[in-house]
Ligand binder design. Structure first.
Ligand code: GLN
Length: 310
């Protein structure tokens, strides 16, 4: 299939999927996210030779939100190693919403079940090293700038401040983790790092490039440079399958069959091993917090191009 044909197909599928944007709602618990137009839907695909295919709103900036949890995990694993990280956060799906607090207390030891739920990602943020929050954040920004080829990747201050002001539940999770000994440093600083990394701004095309690095086992196909070890890419892709779409991960694995991570700003990063990275932006969310049209589009795309890995 040539690029023109593939782009036409992509646009056709995007149009078909965009008919369901009306069934979702933009996230409003972070007030700044509620300003987004719910009708948008964009998709970019990055191929192993770096070619990009696009349809719809692919240059519209949005915040990574939970997609950033993959990259904070990569930094934490690179800095601390497998044993240290997984002594403090588990490897199991929860079946609960991403911001749930319930299993933190009922399961012993009181460590978060996985790094893709908020509690787990806050624990991971606590493991990122640096002499202050800015330096810890820069580790992540540097890696994302390298992987997207965009030296201007930055935090959206309005979204960051909006989340910081309204994050009572995440604060509760963090203080519980402090009490359990999972978090050892300054809690407010770690929360600040977490809010900022969730508010890093990207486009669907940039997310497609990030997905392609994972698809290529940690190598940036555009530069040929290894960004992180293949073993870490393997761990991330496995988490994407088991926990990447929150408590809809099982359904998504059956219906779409592609490792993916979503965020409440409406982004989804999908990664088809060795074949492509996919970035989707569609801010209207379903009741579990996944982009409603984005999930539909990935399902159509997976069927049409036979992308499922199972
Ligand atoms: N920053 C968001 C939060 O902590 C991320 C959640 C998400 O994207 N699911 O609530």
């Amino acid at each position: 299939m040539n690029i023109e044909q593939a782009t036409k197909q992509l646009e056709r599928l995007r149009k078909e999927a965009s008919t369901c944007t009306g069934t979702g709602k933009v996230a409003s618990y972070i007030p700044e996210l509620a300003k987004e137009d719910p009708c948008q839907l964009g998709v970019s695909i990055c191929m192993p030779d770096g070619t990009i295919l696009s349809a719809g709103e692919v240059n519209k900036p949005f915040t990574l939100q939970s997609i950033s949890k993959i990259f904070s995990l990569i930094v934490a694993l690179c800095q601390n190693g497998h044993q240290y990280v997984f002594e403090r956060v588990g490897k199991e799906p929860t079946g609960d919403p991403f911001n749930s607090i319930i299993k933190l207390e009922t399961i012993k030891p009181h460590k978060p079940l996985n790094p893709m739920i908020n509690a787990g990602a806050i624990a991971v943020a606590g493991m990122i090293q640096g002499k202050n929050v800015q330096e810890r954040l820069e580790c992540l920004l540097d890696m994302l700038r390298k992987m997207t080829g965009n030296p201007n990747i930055h935090v959206n201050e309005a979204v960051y401040c909006s989340e910081k002001k309204t994050a009572d539940r995440n604060r509760a999770l963090a203080w519980f983790l402090k009490d359990s000994g999972v978090l050892t440093g300054d809690v407010e600083e770690t929360l600040d790092l977490y809010f900022q990394h969730c508010s890093i701004e990207v486009t669907a095309t940039e997310v497609a490039r990030l997905g392609m690095v994972l698809a290529a086992d940690g190598v940036d196909v555009c530069t040929g440079e290894r960004v992180f070890p293949a073993e870490i890419a393997r761990i991330c892709k496995t988490f994407m399958v088991t926990c990447g779409m929150y408590n809809a991960s099982g359904e998504f694995a059956i219906d779409v069959g592609i490792p993916a991570k979503s965020g409440v700003a409406g982004g989804i990063m999908a990664t088809v091993p060795q074949r492509m990275g996919i970035g989707v932006f569609g801010p209207a969310l379903d009741e579990k917090g996944n982009s409603v049209a984005g999930v539909k589009l990935l399902e159509l795309l997976s069927k049409e191009w036979n992308l499922g890995i199972f």
